[in-house]
Write a protein that binds this ligand. Structure first.
Ligand code: RI2
Length: 310
């Protein structure tokens, strides 16, 4: 597993792909690290000559990127780990190992930095609302709780109910938390001081693609004058997407919404993400700083340059 210690077993590409497809491993940052760990282990264990490894890594990269079509974290992470394939110089295998390890370390460090920066925005006692389950958001809320009496609303997040994970993680980090059904979000919003959510992909114009329902949270926050913060690592930025419209929205199986026996003959539409327009986003908290949505692309470029120089 991407987050395990030195005694872990080898993570095969097939296993990693299945873990991500079945959402055994989920969360945009975590699944990116999981995919990169599989590429790392492939490079570390492949017995063949470089040319055979190269072909195998290219196949693996394709397979892994296809597992969750919306999360650009996955694509950016896999591209970074396999970037040495484009170079003709040096030890390709060693370079892939280094690039993978560097990505995983940078990804963990980014969550820490985002937690610190985001916590400064929650600058007093109050209620924060979050949607779905995001390591970055939980990090921000838990860090803020160290300095203030912060309480959280966690939206249940139909259909897979990742809000239960959020509630458990916040409890574990000593944040008082109240679970609500998604449709209660507008009712509680007058009592909310801040919204913090994660992101799966951020378009170049600052549109945020996150778990379905996030755009409703943003609309409700706007209506009630509540700041809407997005906490996300810069490798979730997709410079090629001019707006959220350019991002493909993953659709998952109908049975995640309802057992087909309970709704015979009924069509089910199960889009996993939606697009929150940049104009509803107050700030985006990245490891490269807290920025306006319009500046997120530049922040991502800065972070990329910095990591290349490191
Ligand atoms: P972190 C999740 O997607 C949620 O939409 C969450 O907001 C986002 O990834 C970011 O999560 P899914 O894998 O990277 O549950 O902040 O579909 O953990």
């Amino acid at each position: 597993m991407a987050d395990a210690g030195p005694l872990r077993t080898v993570l095969t590409v097939g296993r990693a792909a299945r873990d991500i497809e079945t959402m055994k491993v989920r969360g945009a940052g975590r699944l990116a690290r999981h995919a990169v760990q599989a590429l790392h282990d492939l490079a570390a264990t492949h017995p063949g000559p470089d040319r055979a490894l190269q072909a195998e890594l290219r196949r693996a990269a394709k397979r892994l990127v296809a597992t969750r079509p919306t999360a650009v974290s996955l694509r950016n992470a896999v591209e970074e780990a396999t970037s040495p394939l484009a170079s003709r110089n040096g030890d390709m295998r060693a370079a892939v190992l280094t690039a993978s390890q560097r990505f995983i370390a940078r990804s963990h460090a980014a969550v820490e930095t985002i937690s610190l920066l985001g916590a400064r925005l929650l600058d007093g006692d109050g209620w924060v609302l979050t949607h779905c389950n995001s390591a970055c958001s939980v990090g921000v809320i838990a860090k803020a709780r160290e300095g203030h009496d912060i309480r959280a609303f966690a939206c249940e997040t139909r259909p897979r109910r990742q809000g239960l994970l959020t509630a458990a993680q916040l409890r574990q980090r000593r944040v008082p938390v109240t679970l609500i059904v998604d449709s209660a979000m507008n009712l509680v919003m007058p009592d909310v001081d801040w919204v913090v959510v994660g992101a799966d992909t951020i378009a170049a114009n600052g549109d945020v693609v996150n778990k379905v329902g996030t755009s409703l949270v943003a609309l409700s926050a706007k209506q009630h004058g509540v700041p809407f913060y997005v906490a996300a690592e810069t490798y979730k930025v997709a410079p090629w997407a001019r707006s959220g419209r350019d991002v493909r929205i993953e659709q998952r199986a109908a049975r995640e919404v309802v057992d087909p026996r309970d709704a015979p003959g009924v069509g089910v539409y199960n889009p996993v993400f939606d697009v929150t327009p940049a104009r509803l986003v107050t700030r985006i908290v990245t490891e490269a700083g807290v920025v306006r949505p319009s500046a997120v692309r530049a922040a991502a470029a800065r972070a990329r340059d910095r990591s290349r120089r490191a």
